[in-house]
Design a protein around this ligand. Structure first.
Ligand code: PLP
Length: 398
């Protein structure tokens, strides 16, 4: 007997569940890229993406994953020899910083550890100390997918303003966009980076860089920008092929169109509210389970937790055993721990993550939590029963 037969739930923090409407939109014959539907459809994606990021400015689309979007953002803003202040709240903050270094930037690293958000006071102090304004950009991760930490990007901007520092504020929103509230213009973000396969519910393959006029002016001032990553024509093409510096990612664009239609039909505020309630249900379950056992949420303060991804721990190797159990017995695939311990270290088997981004609703989350509670019992992992009931009360009260 297998209780895993039936509809699977890939509950890893990206790629996320792809809605049937997105799959259907992609299931079509190859379209003409020189004339016809695709041309106007592509033009309409840009303003609709900007609505999701809450910006009235610009967006460039790349055939790329998140790493490609990271590189695109840096290529347009940072020249070799420029300094950047890189904030890390987990593995992904370090990854973006390493990329900046390899592109020739002088990286000043500010590491907040694996359990705390970016601290605006430390950022302000570092920027005040940079009296010569050597630092050209502050790289911030809105949600670090390895730790599940949510940083307050508006507070980072306030710290930069308090220091009177002119650096660009660049935010990695790859995990958070369309999950955690993000207000690019209102929060004073100059560049925001995202990708298709998380809150945007489209298969991996599209990267997005949102930028305002301040960032565009920095781009204009650079001596040389890699032609492929240059955002100028992508955001404002004269000829269709310039959107993508070559052949368009045809099927992905149809998928993205369907995903944006879902987001705008629900309303971005409602999308954020759904993610908030579902995340609180997950936290409630984990807190109950942890009352009589060692299961822990990585981030203690709910104000600093993401609504897209939750990072948890159990005594090693129980986290790996639990992941394997729920996949084999309930059809739910949980995420591995990332960046919390070295993969060769036995401690690695003490971490796991839940992806709850994008096309996820109450019954999926309750089912996923029920599978985890069944796994905890089946594997004899010490826990307080009743986590699922606690989650159900959160959902019932919403
Ligand atoms: C997923 C993710 C990335 C990397 O994206 P890829 O598509 O794997 O290259 C970077 N930053 C954050 C915050 C992410 O969640």
């Amino acid at each position: 007997m297998s209780l895993a037969s039936g509809h699977p739930y890939l509950a890893i923090p990206g790629p996320s569940v792809v809605p049937d409407a997105v799959l259907r939109a992609m299931h079509r014959a190859a379209p003409n890229i020189y004339e016809g539907d695709l041309i106007g459809m592509t033009a309409g994606l840009l303003p609709d993406l900007c609505r999701v990021a809450r910006t009235d400015h610009h967006v460039a689309i790349y055939i790329a994953n998140g790493h490609g979007a990271w590189e695109a953002a840096l290529a347009n803003t940072v020249a070799p020899g420029d300094a950047v202040l890189a904030l890390a709240t987990g593995r992904f903050g370090h990854g973006w910083a390493e990329m900046a270094g390899r592109l020739g930037a002088v990286v000043e690293m500010m590491d907040f550890g694996k359990q705390s958000p970016a601290d605006p006071a430390r950022i302000e102090a570092a920027l005040r100390a940079d009296t010569g304004h050597r630092i050209k950009a502050v790289l911030a991760t809105h949600v670090d997918t390895s730790t599940g930490i949510l940083s307050d990007i508006k507070a980072v901007r306030a710290a930069m303003d308090a220091a009177g520092h002119p650096a660009l504020l660049m935010a990695d929103c790859i995990a958070s966009l369309a999950c955690d509230r993000f207000e690019m213009d209102a929060w004073g973000v100059d560049v925001a980076v995202a990708a298709s396969q998380k809150g945007l519910m489209t298969p991996p393959g599209l990267g997005f860089v949102f930028f305002n006029d301040r960032a565009a002016a920095v781009r204009t001032g650079l001596d040389r920008v890699s032609p492929y990553w240059d955002w100028t024509l992508r955001a404002d093409p004269e000829i269709y092929y310039q959107y993508f510096c070559g052949t368009a990612p045809t099927h992905h664009l149809y998928g993205l169109r369907a995903a944006l239609d879902l987001i705008h039909a629900e309303g971005i505020e409602a999308v954020w509210a759904r993610h908030d309630t579902l995340a609180r249900a997950i936290w409630a379950a984990a807190e109950v389970w942890g009352e009589a056992g060692a299961l822990r949420l990585n981030v203690a303060d709910p104000a600093h937790r993401s609504r897209a991804v939750t990072s948890l721990s159990l005594p090693a190797p129980k986290a790996t055993e639990l992941r394997k159990w729920v996949e084999a017995n309930a059809g739910v695939t949980l995420g591995i721990g990332l960046g919390m311990a070295d993969a060769a270290d036995p401690a690695w088997h003490g971490y796991f993550r839940i992806g709850h981004m994008g096309h996820v609703n109450a019954h999926m989350v309750l089912g996923m939590l029920g599978a985890i509670e069944a796994g905890l019992a089946a594997l004899d992992i010490a826990h307080q029963a009743g986590g699922v009931s606690a989650a159900a009360r959160v959902i019932g009260a919403a």
